[in-house]
Design a protein around this ligand. Sequence first.
Ligand code: PLP
Length: 437
Amino acid sequence: MIKTFSKVKNRNRISNAYIVMSLLNEDRKLKHLFDGSDWNVYELKILNLGVGAPGTDLLQHCADIFRQATEHRLKIDNERNSSMLFQYGPTSGTYEARFQIAKYFSQMYKSEVKCEDLIVTSGATQGLHVILSTLVDLNGFIFVDEVTYMLALDSIKQFHTLTIIPIKLNNDGVDLDDLEEQLKENLFKTTKKEFWGMYYTIPTYHNPTGILFSSDTCKGLVKLARKYGILITCDDVYNILYYNDTKVPKRLFDYDNKSDKDYRGHIISNGSFSKILGPGVRLGWLELPKRMKKVLDSCGIINSGGCLNNYTSGIVASLFELGLAQTYIQRMYAAYKERMLATCAILEKELPESCKLVIPEGGYFIWITLDGNCCASEFLKFCMEEEQIFFIVGSRFAVASDKASNCLRLSIAFHSKEKLEDAARRFCLCLKKFLKK
Ligand SMILES: Cc1ncc(COP(=O)(O)O)c(C=O)c1O
């Protein structure tokens, strides 16, 4: 009797659980990443300066060029009678796709990107995940800037046996002394993976601070990586969006000079088309030293699927072959540059004096530090009530939640220049009002 009773009870419990699960799993028919959340960037009543993604006025040109590129690629595939586009790809990606990426970025960086150093990915997010799962001892250490790209932090935290250590960040990049102290303190010999530790960063137009690591910092980083045997992974997703200088800054990967006597290869450049073609394209690449490429090329996660994004990389190869990508990226770049310069011009003039603003030389983001005692979350609440302007508070980017609570990040990527100018003026007025309260 008792048994039967508990069975019924259990059955009820299980069916209740199913109801809860099906409610949780209910398809909300969302259309984009920000849909259904407080920070829906398509919500017209809110001026959302939080989102690091291009807006409709830029992305609308994609349909036409992708149609042309798709026709081009499918025709080639048919003529060769091979249907290779629909086959599992070679693990690193096809030669054609890697060749086009290498050619374009060699021109942009004015420094050679070698086809054989590349592995095609579905974007920088996947690139980072693959690196963490294959190259770093899972009982090891990940060093990150004290404020860093918040979703990379979330990805790293997913590997819960890793220890995350925040490192001080200066205006010209990571604090090398602080990093060295932490490396010295935590160094251990790994027998399981290629690296005992990794430093993750965004040296070019950093997210969220917008800073560019100086040449001295980059040289220092390479020295530390070699001395302590760590991997450095750079998200290089904003590198070609330079606004002040006459050329794209040298990427950290290029500082790790192959002709040095002590060269072994310690840097990975994690690239993406998300910011320059469109995030929905989900295409990126890793540029990495030979010893690491060997490991990744033979790892299960890449081998099992063939290339990580064979179909799309084929279409994007055609986009470059036809010269369509180059023109489109130039248009994106010009729009971002105009937006950043216009927004910063207003902020520079109209921000209260007690606030600190470092004008970024490129990328998407503007980092504002409020007066020491000022709480950015409180200001966000006020700003939403008064002006319906949204931004991301600094603590979201920090390992320790009490850090950067007086900072905030604005993004120039989504809205038009006119909207951003209006937003910047209202933001400054609102901040003045908030500070007087
Ligand atoms: C530093 C950084 N890395 C990676 C990403 C995401 O890149 P992807 O879309 O290629 O995964 C972003 C997007 O905001 C970013 O800012």
